[in-house]
Design a protein around this ligand. Structure first.
Ligand SMILES: [Zn+2]
Length: 282
């Protein structure tokens, strides 16, 4: 019964938030069609255009898109289709593109979850949502420390979320309000970036630790938008990109992908979907 409900849900179309609310099938991402190249760390590198070095300094979309951005193929989703859904076969990939088109396996549990040493909105409680994968946790700690040095106090609100927890949230909502309303309120299991252990929702005292769009206009939200890429994070669901990400603007949701790719995305004002449209596989 559960599976039948989920299959029905996955074919429903609407736009809502990614952190707790439901997601639609988003099939406009021409993700795997590109060819891609990388550096030793496997992160994307930009290769300058020799014939016009002046233009390299111009970071607008036009000049940037003329540069060759490359990425090792291990950072691309490997996909298997199951019951019409595209399931990611390499979910350990720190650059996994998880969205309404590409879902995580039900059984995926990151093996290196740790609790970053940062301030949490819920204090010292030992709960799953305090966890992140090691690499992302270390980066988050650095980011929060740098924020403090700049007079910015951040609070981590919600990190890792298991498939089963997401599923229980979803079915509880179905029992409460029925399927049609539930799909508008709770994310479909497997389609939440929080299951990767690479995402963290962030807030501030001024926002009462809540996840609000206003956070984006606060000094804390602005600082994050301008600086997160230096630590490998991106604002995953920016304003004005709803039709590309498939999600409403989420001022609070930051996703770790590594410094190189995050910097390229930040400088070009791209989303992760747009990055994967342009980056070439090597
Ligand atoms: Zn989130």
């Amino acid at each position: 019964m559960k599976k039948l409900i989920l299959l029905g849900v996955m074919s429903t179309l609407f736009l809502t938030t990614a952190c707790a609310r439901s997601e639609t099938i988003f099939d406009k991402v021409p993700f795997l069609k590109n060819i891609v190249q990388n550096d030793k760390n496997g992160q994307a590198v930009e290769e300058p255009i020799e014939e016009n070095p002046i233009e390299q300094k111009n970071d607008d979309l036009n000049s940037q898109s003329k540069q060759e951005i490359t990425l090792n193929d291990i950072f691309f989703n490997q996909i298997k289709e199951v019951n019409g859904q595209k399931i990611i076969l390499n979910p350990d990939n720190t650059m996994a593109l998880v969205n309404k088109q590409f879902g995580l396996p039900e059984t995926f549990l990151p093996s290196d979850l740790v609790r970053p040493k940062v301030n949490f909105s819920f204090g010292n409680q030992k709960i799953d949502k305090s966890l992140m994968r090691k690499e992302a946790a270390v980066a988050l700690e650095k980011m929060f420390k740098e924020a403090v040095r700049n007079g910015i106090e951040l609070f981590a609100v919600s990190g890792y979320r298991s498939y089963d927890y997401q599923e229980s949230l979803f079915h509880a909502e179905v029992d409460k309000v029925g399927l049609d309303k539930a799909v508008e309120a709770v994310a479909v299991p497997g389609q939440s970036e929080h299951q990767t252990g690479l995402a963290m929702d962030i807030s501030s005292r001024a926002e009462n630790m809540l996840l609000t769009a206003e956070f984006g206009n606060s000094k804390e939200g602005k600082w994050l938008t301008e600086n997160a890429h230096r630590f490998g994070f991106i604002l995953r669901y920016p304003k004005g990109k709803e039709s590309i990400t498939g999600y409403q603007y989420e001022a609070w949701h930051f996703r770790y992908i590594g410094i190189n790719a995050a910097t390229i995305i930040h400088e070009n004002k791209w989303t992760l979907e747009e990055y994967f449209q342009i980056v070439k596989k090597v």
